[in-house]
Write a protein that binds this ligand. Sequence first.
Ligand code: AMP
Ligand code: MG
Length: 309
Amino acid sequence: MKIHKYSIKKSINFLKKNECIGMPTETVYGLAANAYSDKATLKIFKLKKRPKNNPLIVHYYDLDTLKKDCHLNKYFNKLFKKFCPGPITFILKLKKDSHISKNVTNNKNTVAVRFPKHPIARLLLRKINFPLAAPSANISSSISPVTKSDVEDEFGNKIKYILNGGRSVIGLESTIVDVSNKPKIIRLGGLDLKNINKVLKLNLKYKFKNKIKFPGQTKLHYSPGVPIKLNVKIPKKKSAYLLINKKKINDKNYFYLSRKRNLTEAGKNLYKTLRNIKKRKFKLIEVEKIPNVGIGQTINDRLKRASTK
Ligand code: AMP
Ligand code: MG
């Protein structure tokens, strides 16, 4: 996708004035602001209606910029080399002289960091001399946005600018790995856990019912506001049915995440499809069984959270 120089310039101007903007990334669209500024980061919490104790992920261009703020270690280095830029977030120890705003970390001595792969996000990050705090650009606990128009849906004219980067190619949030101590998986995401384990030569697992430390890990999340039922073989007549295999019946209430059981494709389509269904005012969403492997694990995690009442 071609990017007009003017849009980058405009984005930079807003960011420098401590405003929030919509930013495309390969995972989902972010609501971005200067991570070094208390004023700018506070605006993120207000706009999203996000609890203050849910810390933000900070987006960097490269290692040189990261080193100013965080202590690196061998686990980070291995994973960085293999997967960055890409859909992985690291929890690292903050340096004492880091400039990251206390709002971002909720006053903790750790910070979540990521290197987005989207070329437009990278271009923007390269041209500014501060990292960007950027949680997903949606009202807290609603569905994450994967296009510019989804961000408009969420915030209307409440945000100053949205940088257009087309549709997010991964369509699911990043996988979060805590490497501030012994490695631990904090959230499933767009990078298959198997790949992380291969690089670290470990067998890290993710438990759905782990102790909740931050509101972002709570159950009701990514929610279309409609009850969701998983592992449904035969759907009710009036419900929206999410599928990953092509069915012979051609029902208008059938929504295909994939027609050929491709879990990566299903992940990419998940939020867009949930948003469509929400707009069409269905009272119930039913979901065909999705294999709990690879990205399927992430899809099931999101659906489970979205379906918890
Ligand atoms: P998001 O809502 O996509 O911006 O992701 C934010 C999530 O990252 C939080 O809900 C936490 O699970 C995790 N996170 C962010 N900062 C920290 C931190 N300092 N320590 C541990 N986890 C963090
Ligand atoms: Mg989010």
